[in-house]
Ligand binder design. Structure first.
Ligand code: ADP
Ligand code: MG
Length: 441
């Protein structure tokens, strides 16, 4: 669909045409009209499908077309789980704001608190932030968001995973204006916690889901290799470098220490590599991302701090040196490649310690994976046998316990059913919330 057909402002269309984008992606075509109509939205679509513009364009449209409700408060707040992602979203926003009179600020954890407080005094219209730091500023009354019109949560499920629910709630409460609109975006929104917070924060939301989360990403070739131990993983990795044609690679490890260790291994082999992890100071994180984006490094070794949202066009390969614990993170990690119609390759190493994660990813994607091998590098490990379930049926006390846990598990699911009435149009699902969730306070 053309951007013009979405009723977007001419100035916005001109800007994005200038970037070479002529057609809206599916999620943009589906989400933009919902947002411009003023509705709350829960939107999901695969990684790399253009969700950022799906919320930025209608946000700008609103600011351009609708008169402000408050003279000083920001009109749009966008939250993202990591500093790197917030920075990237801000970068896109800034390009859209260039040449307009509107001002936006980027508020990240790890940067100078007082300098940020000063930024708020300039009354920015757009705030892009990580939730912890914005909540801190609200607590210190460095800004008011009472007049906020649009609250956008990018990678909403990840923010909840990281334990930001209280901050999100504080931000939501500080902005409880009756005309406020809230949007949540991610590739993975089928999450109990997301449903709970959505029931709390969203008002009769529409649900736009392009495709299904377990649908295969056609532009990403996925390969799995069984491995015996760390040295075996290293040998496989070396082979990948020998045999694959790559531009830039992102390698994910389980721990921060491993990022450093692997980056050093690469350095020894004369491959330009750099490590990024959450415990580095912000200046170092900024420098590393900037250098990687500019192509100064071939390899970025990182943890799940970089699994979400980052859009670096030359990433041809994603390697899971260790499998992620959460299946959703697998989808996001591999989604750092194969973006905007480009092809990518995802290679995963599955050792004994990764086996359970691997099985849960198989379950999540609802697909039986097969294993590839490199000549001469086939190991002994072939997977772990499933654990046999013990039955306690004869002991009444334990049987009771089992029943209880099941009942607990089932309860939220049932509750959800009553929240949403789904209507499917093609592969889009619109759901209308029927009643407000019971207050959790
Ligand atoms: P997502 O958030 O869905 O993972 P992004 O918003 O990061 O995806 O977009 C992925 C890439 O697609 C970005 O490089 C972006 O500039 C590009 N893109 C966005 N919209 C379009 C479009 N309509 N046509 C072509 N490319 C687009
Ligand atoms: Mg995104």
């Amino acid at each position: 669909m053309q951007f013009e057909d979405l009723g977007l402002d001419k100035r916005l269309i001109k800007t994005i045409e200038h970037w070479g984008f002529s057609e809206a992606t599916e999620i943009q075509a589906a989400a933009i009209p919902v947002v411009t109509a003023g509705k709350d939205l829960l939107a999901s679509s695969k990684t790399g499908s253009g969700k950022t513009l799906a919320f930025l364009l209608p946000a700008l449209q609103r600011v351009m077309r609708v008169k402000s409700l408050s003279r000083r408060d920001p009109r749009v707040v966008i939250l993202a789980p990591t500093r790197e992602l917030a920075k990237q979203v801000f970068g896109e926003l800034r390009k859209l704001l260039a040449g307009t009179q509107y001002k936006g600020v980027l508020i990240l954890g790890g940067e100078n608190f007082n300098d940020q407080a000063k930024e708020f005094r300039k009354d920015p219209m757009f705030v892009v932030a990580t939730p912890g730091r914005l909540a801190d500023h609200l607590e210190h009354r460095h800004l008011s968001i009472e007049g906020l019109e649009l609250l956008i949560l990018d990678e909403a499920d990840r923010m909840l995973d990281l334990g930001f629910a209280p901050q999100l709630k504080a931000i939501n409460d500080a902005a409880s204006h009756r005309r406020r609109q809230t949007l949540m975006f991610s590739a993975t929104l089928n999450h109990q916690q997301v449903n709970d917070i959505a029931a709390d924060m969203l008002n009769e939301p529409r649900r736009v889901a392009i495709g299904y989360v377990n649908e295969e990403h056609k532009d990403i070739e996925q390969r799995f290799y069984l491995c015996d131990h760390l040295d075996h993983k290293q040998a496989l990795l070396d082979r990948v470098f020998e045999e694959e044609e790559y531009q830039q690679l992102m390698i994910f490890t389980a721990t921060r220490a491993d990022t450093e260790r692997l980056a050093t291994v690469f350095a020894d082999r004369g491959i330009k590599a750099v490590a990024l992890s959450g415990d580095m100071n912000q200046a170092a994180r900024n420098r590393i991302m900037n250098e990687f984006e500019r192509g100064l490094h071939k390899v970025l070794v990182t943890t799940d701090v970089a699994s979400r949202g980052l859009d670096i066009s030359n990433v041809s390969h994603v390697i899971n040196f260790d499998m992620p614990k959460h299946a959703e993170e697998y989808v996001h990690r591999i989604g750092r490649t194969g973006r905007a119609g480009n092809k990518g390759t995802a290679i995963s190493f599955v050792g004994p310690k990764d086996w359970m994660s691997f099985k849960s990813i198989e379950g999540f994607l609802d697909k039986k994976m097969t294993f590839a091998t490199f000549e001469g590098l086939k190991g002994k490990f072939t997977g772990l046998a499933p654990k046999r379930k013990k039955t306690f049926a004869k002991k009444p006390t334990k049987a009771k316990k089992v029943q209880k846990t099941n009942a607990k598990k089932d309860a939220p699911k049932q509750r959800n059913k009553s929240f949403y009435k789904g209507v499917s149009v093609g592969d889009q699902v619109f759901a209308v919330k029927k009643k407000k969730a019971p207050d959790t306070e």
